[in-house]
Design a binder for this molecule. Sequence first.
Ligand code: NAD
Ligand code: TYD
Length: 355
Amino acid sequence: MTILITGGAGFIGSNFVMEWMDHIDELVINIDLLTYAGNLSNLENLSSSSKYHFVHGDIADLDLMRSVFFNYKPRAVINFAAESHVDRSIAGPTDFINTNIVGTFNFLQSAKYYYDSLPDASKDQFRFIHVSTDEVYGSLMPQDPPFTEQNRYAPNSPYSASKAASDHLVRAWYHTYGLPVITTNCSNNYGPYHFPEKLIPLVIVNALAERTLPIYGDGLQIRDWLYVKDHCSAIRRVLASGRLGETYNIGGWNEITNIDIVKTICLILDELRPRSNGSSYTSLITFVEDRPGHDRRYAIDARKIESELGWKPTETFSTGIRKTVQWYLDNQDWVQNVQSGAYRDWVDQQYGVSQ
Ligand code: NAD
Ligand code: TYD
């Protein structure tokens, strides 16, 4: 039995591959384009495993993807590959359209070509899991209930619009062509191997380097945070028992403002790695210009996956964030490796060269 993962060198994908191989004895094929966000060092412990095989490539490459499908004959696909950073999508949306929309379209075509060739018994087993985001639902007002699977799509950033488009394509390939798909829409993840352009790792890395901690606007925007390993367990559950053609919201019931996230990280660092000048890391907090079109609040109603599939997160935000800060303290080499020239260029462009 073989499973095909796309984007497995990124943040969630690499956590998923490691968790998968801890739980399930099955060949894993990981196909990844290795953009700035893909780091094979995340998976270096697996490189000698006979149960793991890496393919360097683009999900949009029809010939490559068809040959991967026919060579390895996966029983399931989990599609993590995407451009994923909202600020980058604002600065330059082209890659988001190419990978998230055109790439997903081509990948669906390759998957359909393979699926159509399968005998009936293998068709019954096959699954195409598409990993998506709660950002497709747009922004909530303070009094609104959390997003359910019935919320209408109302994406506001080039990133969320491109993910919404990919979700629609996946849905259409189920209804039109019978491809056995399931889509998951998850809230903000955090944890090990998170690229330090996103809020939580950026704040940890900046604080340790005595750089300012940039808060967009008033810092009162709300995100619903989920520890990455809980997202991975939810995807495994969806693959095992999810209903075809359905979507499942995944979230940790952890709505927190950005400013509270940053203060929490500062207080944990004050305890674990006190500053040499004796002051709190909170003194590095700096309010900066807001993100254009900044969504005010995301919140996930996860009752469908909880009641239908019996999934629940295992980490609270306070246990997960402590583990995450500790991981960054213990893995300074990883942080240094990913802070390549391309990373420095992004930080200079987004926050100014003074950072
Ligand atoms: P990431 O940016 O860390 O990783 C994306 C990976 O995809 C990278 O390894 C990159 O090299 C690879 N990739 C990009 N374009 C590719 C292409 N054309 N072909 C093959 N590989 C390609 O992203 P992430 O945070 O790990 O997110 C993974 C998925 O989960 C994405 O689809 C994202 O939309 C979704 N998601 C993320 C979050 C979050 O909080 N990070 C929350 C909900 C859903
Ligand atoms: P981010 O981690 O980029 O995830 P997303 O935009 O997908 O939710 O940002 C999380 C929140 O933190 C979001 O409201 C934007 C805010 N933010 C900052 O205030 N400062 C920063 O430097 C970054 C990267 C994000």
